[in-house]
Ligand binder design. Structure first.
Ligand SMILES: *[C@@H]1O[C@H](CO)[C@@H](O)[C@H](O)[C@H]1NC(C)=O
Ligand SMILES: *[C@@H]1O[C@H](CO)[C@@H](O)[C@H](O)[C@H]1NC(C)=O
Ligand SMILES: *[C@@H]1O[C@H](CO)[C@@H](O)[C@H](O)[C@H]1NC(C)=O
Ligand SMILES: *[C@@H]1O[C@H](CO)[C@@H](O)[C@H](O)[C@H]1NC(C)=O
Ligand SMILES: *[C@@H]1O[C@H](CO)[C@@H](O)[C@H](O)[C@H]1NC(C)=O
Length: 666
């Protein structure tokens, strides 16, 4: 009887899961097109051509000229033909890292006469535009040129069909995977498979390319046209397109001829289909589906759990079950990203070697990791929690859900997780430029952050904070804003990291207690005075922390380090406030900038920093005002000449406006 009940519940749960997957399925649409030959009149408007080298002629896409008179010879030409519509390859608001999967089939023809040496080649291309770089004839295949080859700014990925050997090529009849360069990441010679790209007399060759956006595997199959598709791909590689191409990219072909190597580079048929991510509107429905479905499912699981426990009451709980429980829950979290294997992360961080340490935080150590999957190298930051057993698993899971749902361009992205052997590891995007703290204090003076960078960083931090406080449906406080937690991506955009302490504000236990106040070096100076009384983190305490960061970044001085001025010792805030009172606030600006900064911007930021450092939490500006002031759509705050005194308890008055914060509480 019990068994029967259990299975009923189980079936119900499975049904629920199926429903959710189906609703996801109906939302993931596909787009496709198919050209069984190309008609110059009817089909030309579907493509973008490099003029005048590319065209539709002879019922085919001619990537390079096929008509000598019209184009002043065949030699040294390059061109691109791209499908007119661009596609969004991933969705920034979609809570996982999937990329649009696509499949394509095309037939190529690389015609030449007996008198011509073959050259150079043709490529299936994913690119930001159809514009062919100047000087991309010859070995550059319409992809790059001598100055741009190998540069990540190209934002291209291609499958090349190469008919001429360069120094780095295996032969003059191969395919290759090209990432921003004509020097392929991987090549496959074709002769041993009985395929010739550019024989005399000519042949047509069929190509299938499949990209799986889940597993990130690209596969290339190829045969002489008319033969059936082989079982195994000629080329198979893992490549995360997100790292190399634009989010919105074009698909098409590039090609070139050289001197003496020339041929026609034609595509005679092309079919293409791509997964289309649902629009945000559709996602709302999906999220509603999830928010109804998931709690229901959890309920069912709980019921199942009770049943299972009923069965296994006599069995001793083992640590292994425990672990499986956490892992299971992690896997069930909505949109939880990739699960990593402990051994892979161990290898990536060279067994958590000291030389790979990026930083240490309250909860653990962060390592640099180098993941190698086939030939694709990805750098990540791996956070290893120091506590061997995570106490309060429920808390932790709740927190992880929040971290995972937060998506903003100024937040460090969670890539995945690993929970094995009682050890928890979180994997984040690697930030090549390290932390703001490092740039302010640990690099040589010459390399200190420029004013532009500093302004942009603060703009980014304000924007991230605004997002955390307002745009996510539960208010999230960061709780640990400081220079070492602000990381810089390759373009010096600020990315807030370390949400180890982030927690939805609804949670009652959002206290600083576990921060071990004072025991965390470098945190003093960022903590608002009321925290010592309430022990609570609030949006206002975050703004206080932001103020400390603003002053730190503008002045190049740590808020925790006292400043000796005449016979007084000042904290950073008091020192800036004193300079403000004496009408010489610009003396606070970091000397290492050598006076290369914008005076108005510096005054604006310093006043903002002071306004945020107001001892009374209710008088501090809110994040919207922070963003507006930095964006100069709102005047800088007026700041009283003397720092107001801190009073406890505070009579929290509703925040009215930044201007008013100046005169009160003197
Ligand atoms: C391409 O041209 C053919 C006529 O040759 C026409 O039937 C077909 O609809 C066109 N395809 C597209 C996508 O415009
Ligand atoms: C083609 O370009 C190469 C160098 O890129 C040059 O040596 C050669 O003379 C050019 N040939 C023609 C016909 O323009
Ligand atoms: C290479 O291409 C870039 C971008 O299209 C262009 O600015 C540059 O002048 C080109 N270099 C040469 C040598 O043609
Ligand atoms: C081509 O790339 C390989 C590594 O992928 C490198 O060793 C080689 O030097 C490159 N060759 C040229 C000519 O750039
Ligand atoms: C290649 O394909 C084109 C267009 O479908 C066709 O006209 C031509 O005869 C084919 N050539 C060979 C050698 O099969």
């Amino acid at each position: 009887m019990k068994r029967f009940l259990f299975f009923t519940v189980l079936c119900f749960a499975l049904l629920q899961i199926a429903t959710i997957f189906c609703s996801a399925e109906t939302l993931s649409k596909r787009k496709s097109f198919s050209f069984n030959g190309f008609d110059v009149e009817k089909n030309a408007s579907s493509f973008l051509f490099t003029s005048p080298t590319s065209s539709i002629d002879q019922n085919a896409l001619q990537i390079t000229p096929d008509n000598e008179n019209q184009h002043n010879g065949y030699k040294n030409k390059s061109g691109r033909v791209m499908y007119r519509e661009s596609y969004k390859l991933w969705s920034s608001d979609r809570p996982d890292d999937a990329i649009a999967s696509f499949n394509t089939y095309f037939v190529i023809n690389m015609y030449r006469t007996e008198a011509w040496e073959s050259g150079e080649g043709l490529a299936f291309l994913i690119a930001p535009s159809h514009h062919v770089p100047a000087g991309s004839h010859g070995q550059w295949m319409g992809l790059t040129n001598v100055t741009t080859d190998g540069k990540p700014e190209n934002r291209i990925v291609a499958i090349e069909f190469d008919t001429r050997k360069q120094g780095f090529d295996p032969d003059s009849n191969h395919i290759g995977l090209n990432i921003n360069s004509v020097n392929s990441t991987k090549t496959v010679p074709l002769s041993e498979f009985g395929i010739e790209l550019s024989p005399v007399p000519t042949t047509n060759n069929s190509v299938w390319i499949h990209y799986n956006g889940e597993s990130k595997v690209i596969e290339v199959y190829m045969v002489k046209e008319g033969d059936s598709k082989p079982e195994t791909p000629l080329l198979k590689e893992t490549i995360n397109l997100r790292q190399f191409v634009e989010q919105v990219s074009y698909f098409g072909f590039a090609g070139s001829t050289g001197d003496p190597g020339v041929q026609f580079n034609c595509v005679t048929q092309w079919k293409f289909e791509i997964e289309v991510f649902p629009s945000e509107k559709d996602w709302k429905w999906l999220i509603i589906g999830f928010s109804v479905g998931v709690p229901l499912m959890v309920l069912v699981m709980v019921l199942c759990g009770i049943k299972i426990r009923g069965f296994c009451l006599k069995k001793k709980k083992r640590a292994r079950d425990e672990e499986a429980g956490v892992t299971g829950k992690l896997k069930m979290l909505p949109g939880m990203p990739k699960e990593f294997k402990y051994k892979d992360l161990k290898r990536a961080t060279r067994n958590f070697h000291e030389s790979m340490i990026l930083g240490k935080g309250g909860f653990g150590v962060v390592y640099r990791g180098v993941l190698i999957s086939d030939a694709v190298v990805t750098q990540v930051a791996v956070k290893k929690f120091s506590r061997d057993n995570i106490d309060g698993k429920e808390d932790f899971l709740a927190e992880l859900t929040i971290i995972n749902l937060l998506r903003h361009k100024n937040l460090v992205r969670l890539e995945g997780w690993c929970y094995e052997k009682g050890k928890l590891l979180l994997v984040y995007d690697y930030m090549p430029n390290g932390s703001v703290e490092k740039h302010l204090y640990k690099s040589s003076d010459r390399n200190t952050l420029s004013w532009r960078h500093r302004y942009k960083i603060l703009e980014g931090v304000a924007s991230a904070l605004h997002y955390l406080h307002n745009e996510y449906d539960k208010k999230v406080v960061h709780r640990d804003l400081k220079a070492s937690n602000i990381l810089l991506d390759s373009n010096y955009n600020a990315r807030l990291g370390d949400f180890g302490l982030a927690r939805a504000i609804e949670n009652e236990r959002n206290s600083y207690n576990e921060l071990e106040l004072g025991g965390v070096p470098g945190t003093m100076g960022y903590i608002a005075p009321e925290c010592f009384h309430t022990g609570k983190a609030t949006p206002e305490t975050d703004v206080f922390g932001f103020g400390a960061v603003v002053l730190e970044v503008v002045c190049g001085r740590s808020p925790g380090v006292k400043i000796q001025h005449e016979e007084h010792q000042f904290t950073l805030v008091d020192w800036v406030w004193m300079l403000h009172r004496e009408g010489r606030i610009l003396e606070a600006v970091d000397e290492r900038l050598d006076n290369v900064y914008d005076v108005d911007e510096a005054i604006r930021l310093l006043l903002l920093g002071l306004a945020c450092s107001h001892p009374m939490s209710s008088e501090r500006p809110q994040t919207r005002a922070l963003c507006q002031i930095i964006a100069e759509s709102m005047p800088p705050p007026r700041v009283a000449p003397f720092k107001p005194v801190f009073m406890w308890p505070s009579f929290s008055t509703a925040f009215s406006s930044v201007e008013e914060s100046s005169s009160s509480n003197m």
